[in-house]
Design a protein around this ligand. Structure first.
Ligand code: JHZ
Ligand code: ZN
Length: 416
């Protein structure tokens, strides 16, 4: 049920999960460039592709989703710049998850752990260290090669139902399947979940992390909306999705990572625990399972955009210099929807060396190493990677001691 606009994207007419036709748009950003498509100095001579960015709610299954599907080859396969291992907080969070599962599930050399979207091996390397068999699957060649270098066997491919069948036919069944920050990225949502169901042992568990839609709305984290993120999950919508494929969401945990995420424990056997029942009841009582909850979000987003723009323009008119921290995908949404160009922000810094000497999509702010903050000592730094605020403030103690200030854009712009 897709209408083909051109080879690079399609506009969905039906819900990505249940296939129903009752999807209603509640937020509209117009057309924006791709958030992780950083530009090289030769790219900036040419116009960039832009795609509609519009968020809708499905009245049938409660799934929040964008309506445009950009060809995943364009989004993820070539020169994908995201490497998980640049964040010590994420590494720590991932290691704790692996250690917990090794203990709780009594994993050993006979076990098999598979990760979908294994990136640079940031998570699986913990199992390798413990002598447990692993397989990483990731379509991005740079991160996949980096994973191989740290000893994580990785298959450079998109995970699909077909790949699951192929692996199963080769005798592979997993005790644990990890899928962090990938379920929302997959165009064939049902195929991906069906693939998990095929690849899991009968007593296996899929441990899945995804940003949670409630903090997105409550803390106005609108910048986490971009074309890579097709879905914005509630537990209500997830429960329906998994059940369709004979899987059961049995346990859920709340995580602070990425502005508020869920960790889902999904199994072939139904054993729904209190955490899931309570979360479903919470969502029903808050109305997260109905469109009404989302109706005024667009007004809140507009107010934040206006306040941030006013703040930056006021500082600039007072003669301040402003840089930004974090060439994050969410940073691209922020600068492109608010309209933060070179007239306001001189450059963006980032620790990821693969992003240096490139330019942010759309507004084309140049990306430099984090050392540039002490070299230039701008008066203000707009924190695009606000989800790592504690970590970044610690790391930038020297910049702050010299009088530098950070501007945190969400939930409401503030200077610290
Ligand atoms: P970060 C990514 O989004 C990519 P992004 C992806 N689309 C996704 O789903 C989400 O994560 C969950 C840098 N940094 O991770 C690293 C420093 O420079 O919040 C990153 O470039 N110094 C798959 O890109 C950026 O900031 C630091 O100390 O919005 C953060 O991007 C730290 C901690 C990070 O996600
Ligand atoms: Zn639906």
């Amino acid at each position: 049920d897709m209408m083909c606009l051109d080879a690079n994207s399609v506009t969905e007419r039906a819900c990505r999960s249940c296939g129903g036709s009752g999807i209603e748009t509640f937020l509209e950003f117009g057309k924006t460039p791709l958030a992780d498509r950083l530009l090289t100095s030769s790219d900036i001579a040419e116009p960039e592709p832009i795609f509609p960015l519009r968020v809708a709610f499905c009245k049938d299954c409660s799934l929040v989703q964008i309506t445009e599907t950009v060809n995943p080859i364009i989004l993820f396969a070539d020169s994908y710049p995201y490497y998980s291992s640049f964040s010590p907080a994420l590494l720590k969070h991932s290691r704790a998850n692996a250690v917990d599962l090794i203990n709780r599930r009594g994993l050993g050399p006979e076990s098999l752990v598979i990760e979908l979207a294994s990136n640079d091996g940031y998570l699986l390397k913990n199992y390798v260290e413990a002598g447990i068999r692993v397989l990483g699957i990731d379509p991005a060649d740079g991160p996949a090669a980096a994973a191989e270098r740290v000893g994580v066997p990785t298959r450079c491919a998109f995970f699909t139902r077909d790949l699951a069948e192929t692996l199963r036919a080769q005798g592979m069944r997993a005790d644990i399947i990890h899928a962090n920050n990938v379920l929302a990225h997959v165009a064939d949502t049902n195929g991906f979940v069906a693939g998990i169901a095929r690849l899991l042992k009968d007593d296996g568990v899929a441990v899945i992390e995804a940003p949670y839609v409630e903090p997105l709305i409550e803390h106005c984290e609108f910048d986490t909306i971009y074309h890579e993120h097709l879905c914005y999950f509630s537990v209500t919508a997830l429960d329906k999705l998994f059940r369709r494929h004979g899987l059961y969401l049995n346990e859920v945990k709340h995580l602070s990572i990425h502005g508020g995420s869920l960790r889902l424990y999904v199994e072939p056997r139904e054993n729904v625990g209190a955490t899931v029942k309570e979360q479903l009841a919470h969502e029903a009582s808050r109305g997260i399972d109905a469109i009404g909850y989302f109706r005024d979000f667009s007004t809140k987003v507009d107010a934040l955009k206006r306040d941030l723009s006013t703040l930056l323009r006021r500082l600039k008119s007072q003669g301040a210099t402003i840089a930004a921290y974090g060439a994050a995908a969410k940073g691209a949404t922020l600068i492109n929807t608010v309209g933060i160009g070179r007239d306001l922000v001189d450059f963006v810094v980032d620790r990821n060396v693969y992003k240096h000497n490139k330019y942010m999509p759309g507004q084309r702010l140049p990306i430099r190493s984090t050392e540039a903050l002490l070299e230039v000592q701008p008066d203000y730094v707009l924190l695009l990677a606000w989800n790592f605020v504690d970590e970044i403030l610690d790391q930038q103690a020297e910049y702050r001691a010299r009088g530098g200030k950070f501007i945190v854009p969400v939930p409401t712009p503030r200077i610290i």
